[in-house]
Write a protein that binds this ligand. Structure first.
Ligand code: MG
Ligand code: ZN
Length: 221
């Protein structure tokens, strides 16, 4: 047991070194990179499927799609309009992406052809919070089918995110999930956290998400 902590520290400091390289790459090419994190099934891929056709005409979007075993999400994103700008990363069992995986993918990415890069992390609210990928910001998704106490259970993720997207609002009222409580819980941990409510199924709220992205791109560089 006593050897675990130094090893974890070593892994994380090596990760931070590589994340800095990735961050420098992004900023040298004026690419805004966002690290999308959530539990499995909250709707990361669905949100991106909706975002591509909405913004893809005037913003050059790339997507790194992390998955544990399959390329299913990457295939969905290619079909949704991502085309050749989708790069799958299969972690082969690992429950998070790390900066080494991102640096490896970036060898195949012409950052001059991108304005915005989404990194869809593995569905997991625990360790992705510790692994910096060089992103400008983490965006955490939570869906109304989850417990509204998730921010209290996984505080590090909500503390380190700049935006919380609450998805599946079309299902509000079918469970005990309270929008007021989830926002209160999240802001008790991170008072500056921005919040956007969406339903990828009905499309409600997606305009706010798209405006937020446009604003970030306009101000970010
Ligand atoms: Mg997905
Ligand atoms: Zn992990």
């Amino acid at each position: 047991m006593s050897e675990r902590i130094p090893l974890e520290k070593k892994i994380l400091s090596e990760n931070d070194r590589l994340a800095k390289e990735a961050r420098d790459e992004f900023s040298n090419h004026s690419v805004v990179a966002l690290n999308l994190v959530s539990s499995p099934g909250a709707g990361k891929t669905s949100l991106l499927e909706r975002t591509l056709p909405a913004l893809g005409n005037d913003i050059r979007i790339g997507l790194i799609a992390g998955d544990v075993q399959t390329e299913n999400d990457a295939t969905r994103l290619i079909k949704a309009g991502g085309g050749e700008m989708v790069w799958p990363v299969v972690t082969g069992g690992a429950c998070h992406l790390d900066a080494r995986m991102i640096m490896r993918v970036l060898k195949d990415v012409d950052l001059d052809r991108l304005d915005l890069l989404f990194i869809e992390n593995v569905g997991n609210l625990v360790c992705p919070s510790s692994f910096d990928l060089g992103e400008l910001m983490k965006v955490v998704l939570i869906s109304t089918t989850e417990g509204d106490d998730k921010p209290l259970k996984y505080p590090a993720m909500f503390r380190r995110s700049g935006l919380m997207v609450v998805n599946k609002t079309d299902l509000l009222g079918t469970s005990d999930f309270s929008m007021q409580r989830v926002v209160g819980n999240a802001r008790s941990i991170n008072p500056d956290l921005e919040v956007i409510e969406t339903s990828c199924r009905t499309g409600v709220g997606l305009d706010k998400w798209e405006d937020w992205l446009r604003g970030l791109l306009a101000s970010g560089q």
